[in-house]
Ligand binder design. Sequence first.
Ligand code: MSP
Length: 503
Amino acid sequence: MRNKFYITTPLYYVNASPHIGHSYTTIAADTLSRYMRHVLGDKNVWFLTGSDEHGQKIQRAADEAKLSPQDFADKMSLQFKELWKELDISYNDFIRTTEIRHIKTVQKVLDILHKKGDIYEGKYEGLYCTPCETFWLESQVSDNLCPDCKRKLERISENNYFLNLEKHQAWLLQYIKDNPSFIKPESRRNEVLSFLLLNKLEPLCISRPKERLSWGIPLPFSPDYVTYVWFDALINYISAVGSFDEDNKYISKWWPADLHLIGKDILRQHAVYWPIILHALGGIEQPKTIFAHGWWLINSDKMSKSRGNVVSPLDMVNKFGLDVYRYFILRDVPFGLDGNFSEEAIIKRFNGDLANDLGNLIYRTLTMIEKYYTGNVPELDIFNIKLDNSGEKIKQAINDLGIYPLLNLNFDFSLALEKIWELINMANKYVEETKPWNLAKENRIEELKSFIRLLVEVIRKVAGEIYPFMPETSKSIIQQIGEDKIKKGKPLFPRIDTSKPVT
Ligand code: MSP
């Protein structure tokens, strides 16, 4: 299919409730999907999200909850679905790794790679972190602790199945060099390139013996093993949108993915393992772009259950409103970098950008239309008449403003919003400069009319541009400034009084 956009989020682990980090990737994907639907039409965008339900983490959390892993996963994946509903996430499909369509595809992939010899049986001896399900080399470890979670490592020796990564290393290196848009941003691309240049890729252990972990997809060629959760999960990107035919050819209307949106923590799996799996399968196209964004931190620290600093997106939405939350997380930090999350930072954006800038522009414009024109939007084609200097500049800015290519090329949400706010601020300044109350007093009717009409054009433009970021606010602005009549409501963003606690 041409002219399509297939975008994915990671599949979130269902071992714990969703937090702001999960909502970040999903809101970014939602914003891009809405924007692409605007550009390409509804039918040409496919937005996939879902849940990652196998493996040790889930097994352990299910044990603690005294539920079977399947019942536990059912319950938890519902929490994610409910959250996405609250956050107005416009996904097209939600895949769970415990669904048959997924399991069948994973087993097919395993079979193909096993028959080709890319997956082979071998012995593993070394260090293993059970909670992280990760094997570590002696050289990577000091003091016998997991470099990731700092828990004690176990020494194990067992037969397992491995994917030969090294065989494809030279190909991958060249592929990344030849395709500058494959990994973004640039800093992450360089990170993967230097990793591939400096290290020999070790075989990836893709199985776990059932006696140690039974909660996984059984290997089709060896009944005593289940599939390693990462090998299983990555395949969702193809299992959700297609299938293999009798000749083992993968058929899909949507593949290749145009964008895998991920956090920086899972770059290696997406930019090394996943391309190699696809390449080893033979003839399956690579995703067009893998974009790794940064992390939300709390006081520069990782969010974690044990630190007790996990922030729930629903709490933020209940406190500040959905669009405020969506705006904040896409505006406050350039996409790709880490940011510090705090309620103070949200309030600052709220009172500044939303109440003072956007809210004020709308409210004062509506008030003037009410006062000077009894609520009727003055009719005038300001693009066909000459305005004063500042007015002409604003007209130009309206015509120039287009977040669309900007977002498309760089995924720079923050910059896109900044550009929209430049227009809002120009308009607010224009009000202060022009002093419309004097125009009214002095009976300069034509000037007043073109002035107000220009503000209306700015607001309509802004409403359209912010739609992908703040869908409800956009609709409500368009409702308030109707085609010919206004419908003034309460101020959209009443200032938050910082001297009182926010409830
Ligand atoms: N299940 C795997 C992904 C498999 S994809 C085939 C996984 N799941 S996860 O639930 O741990 O989280 C995945 C994603 O959540 C991260 O890659 C990132 O996109 C997002 N975030 C989790 N914590 C985050 C922050 N603190 N900040 C920003 N995003 C983070 O890994």
